[in-house]
Design a protein around this ligand. Structure first.
Ligand code: SF4
Ligand code: SF4
Length: 155
């Protein structure tokens, strides 16, 4: 009997407890510091180009083959405005394959890629691919402290 009364008191008290749920996706709970979502490309604002030179090291080490990257000669190097001889030409991250393991960040010799807190990438196509603009946007948002939102731009 006593146990029943105790249980009812706990239930009754919960009527006045603040809800722990939020109206996702309109509202989001703050992410834990250091949360790993998907990697993004870091932008070099001094030179106005990505740090990525398209060396493909990250693509080779990625355990899920989620990265496809190509390089090209950097026109800014010829102009003398950049020290990078080569620059990324295309960079595609298959979001649906990425397991957020951080390996691509660890192996990059150019500090060109970082883990971001972007994690919402649901889509109707089984392969959600993020290209250079979307990957740079993810990194920029991360650095500006903007809350991660779904990827709007892919490829
Ligand atoms: S992110 Fe780094 S490792 Fe990957 S292609 Fe660019 S420079 Fe190379
Ligand atoms: S975080 Fe891991 S799985 Fe995702 S792209 Fe980088 S290396 Fe590949």
């Amino acid at each position: 009997m006593l146990g029943l009364i105790k249980g009812m008191i706990i239930t009754w008290k919960s009527n006045w407890r603040k809800p722990v749920t939020v109206q996702y996706p309109d509202e989001s709970l703050p992410l834990a510091p250091g949360y790993f979502g998907f990697p993004g490309l870091i932008y070099d604002h001094e030179v106005d180009e990505p740090f990525c030179v398209g060396c493909q090291v990250c693509a080779r080490y990625c355990p899920t083959d989620a990265i496809f990257v190509t390089m090209k000669d950097n026109p800014k190097f010829k102009e003398g405005t950049s020290k990078r001889r080569k620059i990324v030409d295309s960079f595609e991250l298959n979001i649906s394959r990425c397991i957020s393991c951080n390996i691509c960040v660890e192996v990059c010799n150019f500090d060109a890629i970082e883990m971001t807190d972007t994690f919402e990438a649901a889509g109707y196509h089984p392969d959600v691919v993020a290209g250079i603009p979307a990957l740079i946007e993810m990194s920029e948002k991360q650095r500006k402290g903007v809350l991660a939102r779904p990827l709007k731009e892919t490829r």
